[in-house]
Design a protein around this ligand. Structure first.
Ligand code: AMP
Length: 511
């Protein structure tokens, strides 16, 4: 196979009338998904060259999936701009991406026009009724290679600018093939999509469904702040498969949502993104006694996940839940500070990943790409790319990998991957801020922003809201008279964290 379109075409031929994507009010069959994608592709193919990025600015839904496939039919690759993000961040992304067109829908068009006044906007409702131009589509298809990009997903960048992880068809074909097979995802499954489409967890939902002919059930974002309605929806839609972020599962278990209603059709729960708290996992397992549970691990840069661990109901997991073993065609190598391979049981090293899942790099960011996607230091004989995750891990005596935290200042907060330096860079751009530093109290899952400067914290909060997504704004902003420093002249983050813990209970605007 060369590209993901082959999955769509094969499935549309096998199950033309099967529901491909279903939302709260509407649904579309595989035959319709194929046709609309080809129409969008025909309209776009005349406008773009091969491997051109096309941005998609609209809420996730049936049309968004059609837009993704349409862009691929045209020979381009897509990047989802999440309408939830503040305009400044979207502009930063578009500055990196420089997509010649932004595909939007009627509902999102006014907002898109306001944020990107210079951009060429295209409306999906118009494109999906365009004439199919077989010759044009064939031309675009002919030059397509499996190593060409399929999408670019933007993630937090320590330089202050989001990084666009570019992933090829090959990586997705490679990963989703193993993923659906290992976890027996089949045509009878109904996959309940939780993840936003700019987050790579959604890649597993979309492409697993299309690869095997399952149904992708879109769960509207708003339901994640209304757990009872969310559970009603899962039951009503007879969802069988949850490929969810840990934070989303915990959202339900925190409020004991499963006591209100258990979505009994769910037979697979695959979670990822951060360490799953055992108490929450147990609650889910008790309510779904027959379901399979899997811990998935990996960053966007290696295409979704590189290791997995099937939860064993007879094990107590008091020593932690392993992230497990590598997926087929992916290898985990632990490296120490001197780039030597760590093989000893229990010794910690940086988790590095080899294999076809390794992304093509960061879009238009050569230096950052070279820093993270490196030549395997253990191999001087041929080109052998290794992605350095920045995560620390150790193997136990059974060869199972355990996640042991980060080497740097990347955190997971409310399910989002955040580089603390990105918040600091943006915060230091605010007039009136001389210096700042962010620390994260992982125990309490609380983000603190300390700053030197004259600005009132309410004002600072207001300004940050226009620059950063809500989940990146420190819950506590605290002016300080001086920054504590280490002997080496760096801001003393440990001391700040100590101060932060002392100040617990304070919230923006309340003190
Ligand atoms: P993202 O690229 O947003 O998927 O975030 C990837 C990062 O999330 C990884 O590099 C880890 O730091 C963390 N992560 C992902 N999955 C897990 C897991 N199962 N357990 C612990 N941390 C995880």
């Amino acid at each position: 196979m060369k590209c993901v379109l082959e999955w769509l075409e094969r499935t549309a031929e096998k199950y033309p009338e099967k529901i491909a994507v279903e939302g709260p009010q509407s649904r579309c069959t595989y035959a319709e998904l194929l046709e609309r994608s080809r129409r969008i592709g025909s309209a776009l193919a005349a406008k773009i060259d091969a491997n051109t990025p096309v941005a998609v600015y609209m809420e996730k839904g049936i049309d968004t999936v059609c837009a993704f496939f349409g862009i691929v039919y045209a020979g381009g690759f897509y990047s989802q701009l999440n309408p939830e993000l503040p305009p400044q961040r979207l502009l930063q992304i578009e500055e990196v991406l420089r997509a010649p067109y932004i595909l939007t829908d009627r509902e999102s068009r006014p907002a898109a026009a306001a944020i990107f006044p210079e951009a060429l906007l295209l409306c999906v409702e118009e494109l999906k009724t365009a004439e199919i131009d077989g010759a044009l589509l064939a031309g675009a298809r002919e030059t397509m290679l499996d190593v060409d990009p399929l999408y670019a997903n933007f993630t937090s960048g320590s330089t202050g600018v989001p990084k666009g992880v570019v992933v090829s068809h090959r990586s997705v074909l490679d990963f989703i093939g193993s993923f659906t097979e290992l976890f027996s995802i089949g045509e009878n499954d109904r996959i309940g999509n939780q993840a936003p489409f700019d987050f790579d967890v959604s890649v597993k939902d979309i492409y697993s469904a299309v690869a095997v002919g399952a149904t992708l059930v879109i769960i509207p974002r708003s339901l994640f702040s209304r757990p009872a309605e969310l559970l009603d929806y899962l039951c009503e839609k007879r969802v069988t498969t949850l490929v969810w972020a840990v934070s989303a599962l915990c959202l339900i278990s925190t409020v004991h949502g499963l006591d209100y209603k258990t979505p009994e059709t769910v037979n697979k729960v695959l979670f990822s993104g951060e360490v799953m708290p055992l108490r929450h996992l147990r609650s889910w397992m008790e309510h779904l006694p027959k379901a399979a549970f899997v811990n998935l691990y990996g960053p966007t840069e290696i295409t979704c996940n590189c290791t997995y661990h099937r939860i064993d109901r007879s094990r107590d997991y008091e020593a932690g839940i392993p992230v497990g073993r590598a997926f087929p065609n992916k290898q985990i190598v632990l490296l120490d500070d001197q780039n030597r391979r760590v093989t000893e049981v229990g010794k910690t090293g940086e988790i590095c990943v080899r294999g076809s899942g390794v992304a093509l790099g960061y879009y238009c960011a050569k230096e950052q790409t070279e820093r993270a996607f490196v030549q395997n230091p253990l191999n001087e004989r041929f080109r052998d790319v290794l992605y350095r995750t920045g995560d620390l891990g150790r193997f136990d005596e059974n060869g199972e990998l355990f996640f042991c935290g980060r080497k740097d200042f990347q955190i997971k907060y409310m399910g989002h991957r955040i580089e603390l330096e990105e918040i600091e860079k943006r915060m230091s751009e605010v007039p009136g801020i001389e210096r700042c530093c962010c620390v994260f109290d992982a125990e309490k899952s609380r983000l603190y922003g300390f700053y030197l400067g004259t600005l009132d914290k309410k004002e600072l909060f207001g300004t940050l809201k226009t620059m950063l997504p809500v989940y990146m704004i420190p819950g506590v902003l605290k002016p300080v008279e001086s920054m504590p420093m280490t002997k080496n002249g760096k801001i003393d983050r440990k001391e700040l964290l100590r101060l932060a813990k002392e100040r617990k209970g304070e919230k923006n605007g309340t003190t």
